[in-house]
Design a protein around this ligand. Sequence first.
Ligand SMILES: [Zn+2]
Length: 87
Amino acid sequence: MGNTITPPAQDTLNKLEELRGALEAESISYGELSELTGLADYIDLDDVQLLEAAGVPEFHFTAEEDGAVCRDNFMCLECRRAAVARG
Ligand SMILES: [Zn+2]
């Protein structure tokens, strides 16, 4: 029945904070940005700073735009918030 959002492990949270540090120091590398994108599912929904850096869009992708339908795949904030609201 679709995806669920599970709380991130402490290791993941530590890594996100490490990446935030690099971001704030404006010294984040492409590798780190890629890592951040990979951890997008674990970024707090109110954490606009990391979400933006991870490339999470605020609203739905549509099939017309990029060939992917993001609803229920947590690709945008809209989907993520809806998933959290559903429990
Ligand atoms: Zn969406």
